[in-house]
Design a protein around this ligand. Structure first.
Ligand code: OSB
Ligand code: MG
Length: 367
């Protein structure tokens, strides 16, 4: 494939409302937009979605920029790859740094799909014409959380995920289910519990949640296996799954009933698809996780969620859930709980150049 230059843009915007978990609060979001250009003027887009501090993964905006600028981009521009599937091998000597790799891989794959004139999801066998939308409520105040659920219900979201911890879980879940007994509800703990909390976690079984996401340590697979055997509620692993190998270990040990696949966290499309295929072959449902992202990452997620194994609504919500003005055109819209899958080439969404420019704080071109 032809690849002539790559650019990086830092963009920054405030969230409409702060995103609060027991680990901290996100009020502003800064990400890196990667553009991969060919000589015919086609541009592929990727989005690196770490946070500015390492509270969720070890990568940060700065480590991603560094990895892209000093390692991944020079290596890629020097090598004239014929096909994107050469990238894992080309980058094999660079350990981890999944979010940096994912963003550059996204941009190159978007460019490749545009060169071929095919929608990116189709390139990986995705057939869905619409994807189910889910939304995340991250608040430390139950009144506020209830208001958000009320607001979001107008869009018909097919799954609500509430952030919990051992201090608020029983109250939050009871209050939500009292007001909305039939709501498709799950909870995300972001590692707020330990094995000492088993009796407490067993109380949560009464709520018949769709699943509980990442109750134990962010780097654990073994203890989750022990816990899953003591719970009726399926465990979904998020933080623990950073690679195909992690997913294989989790299935082997029966550490979970569901896997949250975050393309960015596992290093990109190709690793995400390998995990998807593994889960599909083992009848383990998967869903597409979110990173409080802008439209480019959102568009890649939509394309990924068109694959067969994504049978549970993920964290894919409308652009307006987080932003007053997204960087894609049209924005992602949720109506009656679904997002229509585009059929244009690549990620299928155009870039809102004006908005992208407004949000850009720094940019650099590499040839
Ligand atoms: O744990 O799933 C998580 C966002 C940032 C970091 C971690 C998580 C999340 C989410 C997804 O819950 C939120 C979204 O993108 O809508
Ligand atoms: Mg999570």
């Amino acid at each position: 494939m032809k690849l002539s230059s790559i650019s990086l843009k830092l963009i920054k915007a405030p969230l409409k409302r702060p995103f609060k978990t027991h680990l901290g609060t996100v009020s502003d979001r800064e990400v890196i937009i990667v553009e991969a250009m060919d000589e015919d003027g086609l541009i592929g887009y990727g989005e690196a979605v770490p946070f500015t501090s390492p509270w969720y993964t070890e990568e940060t905006t700065k480590t991603c920029f560094h990895m892209l600028e000093d390692f991944l981009i020079p290596l890629t521009l020097a090598s004239q790859i014929r096909h994107p599937d050469e990238l894992p091998n080309l980058w094999g000597g660079i350990r981890r740094n999944a979010m940096a790799k994912s963003a550059l891989e996204q941009a190159i794959l978007d460019l490749y799909a545009k060169q071929k004139g095919v929608y990116l999801g189709r390139l990986f066998g995705g057939e869905r014409r619409e994807v189910a939308a889910g939304v995340v409520i991250a608040s430390n105040d139950i009144e506020d959380a209830m208001r958000q659920i009320e607001d979001f219900s107008g869009s018909g979201y097919q799954r609500y995920k509430i952030k919990i911890n051992p201090q608020n879980d029983l109250e939050f879940l009871a209050e939500i289910l009292r007001a909305y007994p039939d709501i498709p509800l799950m909870a995300d703990a972001n590692s707020a519990y330990t094995l000492d909390d088993i009796p407490h976690l067993q109380k949560l079984d009464d709520f018949k949640l769709m699943m509980i996401e990442q109750p134990l340590g962010h780097d654990d697979i073994v203890e989750h296996s022990f816990l899953q055997k003591q719970l009726q509620t399926p465990i979904c692993l998020d933080e623990s799954i950073n690679s195909f190998h992690d997913a294989k270990s989790a299935l082997w040990l029966q550490s979970c009933g569901v896997i949250n696949i975050k393309m960015a966290k596992v290093g990109g499309w190709m690793e995400a698809v390998r995990i998807h295929d593994l889960c599909l072959g083992n009848d383990v449902p998967v869903w597409c996780g979110g990173m409080i992202e802008f439209g480019i990452s959102r568009a890649h997620n939509i394309a990924l969620a068109t694959l067969k194994g994504f049978t549970i609504p993920g964290d894919i919500s409308s652009s307006s859930r987080y932003w007053d003005g997204d960087i894609i055109d049209p924005e992602v819209i949720v109506e009656n709980g679904v997002i229509q899958v585009p059929d244009k080439a690549g990620i299928g969404f155009a870039i809102n150049e004006k908005r992208l420019k407004e949000l850009t704080t720094y940019s650099k071109l590499y040839k």
